[in-house]
Write a protein that binds this ligand. Structure first.
Ligand code: 3HC
Ligand code: NAI
Length: 693
């Protein structure tokens, strides 16, 4: 049973029991209605308490049921709430830990609500691209007032129950045992009549029209491509402008509209994608993890410093090892400066600053780091240097320590082979700036032990990263795919585009930054260095030499004051460069390519479908475990627009047969070899399926 029924004296207790968060799926909804019937039919029962077992009152509607017949099957959440609110025996919600979405809406349908302190109270639907669809937009303003309810509904942010203790949301805060307190409360109100109903409260707000207009303007400016926040305002407005039942009907219409939008589907995909990423089919969830109480980082450069900050931010002491005092001092000073900047922005207290800086120490000696539970290597990207470092780590690290490499392109299996304990070696590929970017690619070597993987995944959560497991291949998931994207960007320049045109088209699609602005920010010389190695190794792969010509002009990007764009001193704004555009045009002429006008649609399709096609290879080779893992890599590490759900999800929304058709068209152009559909893509398209089922 997903809800249990018990009678305690003359009070019936309905306990939601649908782990992990008592989601209000169809069977739970049915069980609540059944419980209500029993209680109403039993003359000995004078009052009813609804509560939740385990670690939640309720996390809300079961999101997995959305867009399936179960979501609409009777009893719907509306029906459940009507049964509760219409009950002629008082119903008390006993709230603890988590009370969100449909869970809060159910509580608002009860006649009374009691809660313990520390419960997270929220209507977080907006974060899933929808709005509260079971009366939340109509009832919450009636207990919290228009302004506070609107803020909660538009932001979706949880508020601790004790902060709402004095509002009409709660009748009593319970200290100690919740159920005992709720039963005692039920005893007190068992005979009180008439039963209070939230729907009967009137929302008052002087000059509400001006407030609502202000809210619409602000929310519109902040919600970007997402339609839900503005609809939330409209629904909340109805709580004051319409009669209760009309408001409910209006809310329902908006909910049904939003739940079908691609934006909402993309957000739900990301919600489940993030959670799925931490599951590895052959590594059971109860795999014991190794304790990580101390860490070491080798190399205090760009990445080493940021990686060390992650440990310190999570309260884990970390030592940074460098070869020379000067490099160490420079690295430690950069870390300090980063923290100081955060403090200046008011995002870090002096106390936290002292704590974090105090957790980071420097050393020049391997002897001192041997007892660390994990060591992350972030030295130069050179196999010879990695070999030296890993041989040394094998000598000095205690048994059971995890030996991680932050390599971005090198073979983790080869790195592991430099040690006598390859099972302890794993790739931890952080993204720059490592203290900011959410993504952590966890590279599973052939011999990486299961508990090492489980520990690294757990660590990624502890340091607030999205950990995604990748197999070993050149570039892992993210960089292997971006190579195809960059190739297309280069070809587009040769065929008629300017860097600005490509960037603008991609940014209009929703990317945080187009490929050329990104190149200027990261440094064009990094790609130049990689290409020199890669295309010598793989001469069969065609690529545009435009970026090499740019580097030969010394235009490495913002750091040299010039890249694909011109920059003015002290100004990061890119200005189109006549010099670069002339170079590009000349290069087309040298190649004998007649430049043509290229549409934004073609630009976006060529860049994004190139990603999805490489993603399909990665999936069928088993480098990624699931399509949503690839999407998580792109959403959290590469600025892919969240409302598009990631490259694989986006390809699904376009329809894989349409993707293949577009690819066939581009295959007839230059460099047609790039457009051969991966066998998995071709197969799924032929079967009318998507990457995500
Ligand atoms: N429906 C289905 N599954 C849910 C769920 C929900 N509403 N909320 C959480 N889960 C699942 C997660 O997918 C995860 O499953 P897994 O173990 O198989 O991966 C599991 O519950 C645990 O979730 P977390 O890892 O997130 O656990 P935490 O303890 O960190 O957080 C939580 C718990 C705060 C409840 C968090 O899961 C959360 O924010 N959930 C979403 C809440 C939400 O958005 N509710 C609104 C739903 S829409 C709605 O109610 C519509 C209504 O207005 C009609
Ligand atoms: P960096 O050049 O900024 O820093 C490397 C540091 O390692 C230098 O301070 C150097 O003195 C030190 N070092 C070199 N050999 C050493 C040794 N034997 N012992 C101790 N210290 C040594 O390089 P960066 O950018 O931090 O890169 C480090 C690693 O991270 C590389 O493997 C790189 O591929 C990877 N990476 C880099 C990213 C980036 O955006 N910079 C992103 C993701 C991964």
């Amino acid at each position: 049973m997903t809800a249990e029924y018990q009678v305690n004296g003359n009070v019936a207790v309905i306990t939601l029991n649908n782990p992990p968060v008592n989601g209000l799926g169809h069977s739970t909804r049915s069980a609540i209605v059944e419980g209500m019937k029993k209680a109403l039919d039993d003359a000995a029962v004078k009052a009813i308490v609804i509560t939740g077992a385990g670690k939640a009152f309720s996390g809300g509607a079961d999101i997995k049921e959305f867009n399936s017949p179960k979501a609409m099957a009777e009893p719907t959440l509306h029906t459940v709430i009507n049964v509760v609110e219409g009950s002629d025996k008082p119903v008390v919600a006993a709230i603890h830990t988590v009370c969100m979405g449909g869970g809060l809406e159910l509580a608002l349908g009860c006649h009374y609500r009691v809660a313990t302190a520390g419960a997270q109270i929220a209507l977080p639907e907006v974060k899933l691209g929808i709005l509260p669809g079971a009366g939340g937009t109509q009832r919450l303003p009636r207990v919290l007032g228009l302004e506070m309810a609107l803020n909660m509904i538009v932001s979706g942010t949880p508020v601790p129950s004790e902060k709402l203790a004095k509002t009409a949301l709660f009748n009593e805060m319970i200290e100690g045992d919740l159920l005992a307190g709720a039963l005692a409360f039920a005893g007190k109100i068992a005979d009180a009549r008439p039963l209070p109903r939230v729907r009967d409260i009137k929302v008052n707000y002087p000059n509400y029209e001006a407030f609502l207009q202000f809210s619409r303007n602000t929310v519109k400016a902040m919600s970007g491509p997402f339609p839900a926040p503005l609809k939330c305002v409209e629904a909340v407005a109805a709580s004051i402008t319409k009669k209760f039942d009309d408001g409910i009907k209006f809310e329902r219409e908006l909910f049904v509209e939003l739940v079908q939008t691609t934006e909402s589907k993309a957000l739900r995909h990301a919600f489940f994608g993030e959670r799925a990423a931490s599951k590895i089919p052959d590594v059971p969830e109860d795999t014991p993890t190794r304790a990580i109480k101390s860490a070491a980082v080798i190399g205090a450069g760009t990445m080493g410093g940021g990686i060390a900050m992650n440990f310190a931010n999570a309260g884990i002491p970390v030592q940074i090892l460098e070869m020379k005092q000067e490099a160490l001092d420079k690295g430690l000073a950069t870390i300090r400066k980063n923290y100081e900047n955060t403090m200046k922005k008011g995002k870090l207290t002096q106390e936290k600053f002292d704590q974090r800086v105090g957790l980071i120490t420097g050393t020049l000696s391997y002897e001192g780091i041997g007892q660390a539970d994990i060591v992350v290597e972030a030295v130069f990207e050179d196999m010879g240097v990695k070999e030296q470092v890993f041989k040394k780590l094998d000598e000095v690290m205690k048994p059971g320590a995890i030996l991680a490499s932050n390599t971005s392109t090198l073979d983790v299996d080869q790195i592991a082979s430099f040690t006598k304990r390859p099972e302890d070696v794993v790739g931890t590929h952080f993204f720059s700036p490592a203290n900011v970017m959410k993504l952590l690619e966890i590279v599973r070597g052939k011999k990486t032990a299961k508990d090492v993987l489980a520990t690294t995944l757990a660590l990624s959560k502890k340091i607030k990263k999205t950990g995604v497991v990748s197999g070993v291949c050149d570039g892992f998931i993210g960089n292997r795919m971006i190579e195809q994207y960059s190739r297309q960007a280069g070809f587009l320049l040769e065929e008629g585009c300017t860097p600005e045109q490509v960037d603008k088209a991609v940014e209009k699609f929703g990317f945080a930054m187009g490929p050329f602005r990104m190149g200027d920010l990261a440094g064009n010389d990094i790609g130049w260095y990689i290409r020199k190695r890669r295309y010598v190794e793989k001469p069969q792969i065609s690529y545009s030499k435009t970026a090499d010509l740019l580097c030969e002009m010394g235009r490495f990007g913002q750091k040299t004051g010039a890249g694909w764009y011109d920059y003015k001193p002290g100004d990061r704004k890119p200005y189109p460069s006549q010099l670069v555009n002339d170079m590009i045009i000349k290069h087309s002429a040298d190649l004998g390519v007649e430049r043509r006008k290229i549409s934004d649609q073609e630009i976006v399709e060529r860049l994004v479908f190139a990603l999805a096609n490489e993603g399909a290879y990665i999936l069928e080779e088993g480098i990624a475990m699931r399509a949503s893992d690839i999407d998580m890599v792109y959403l959290t590490g590469y600025g892919f627009p969240l409302h598009r759900g990631g490259p694989m999800f986006y390809a699904d929304t376009v329809g894989l047969p349409n993707v293949v058709m577009a690819m066939d068209k581009y295959a007839k152009g230059r460099h047609g070899d790039a457009w051969k559909p991966a066998p998995l893509l071709a197969k799924l398209a032929a079967e009318g399926k998507g990457f995500n089922g």
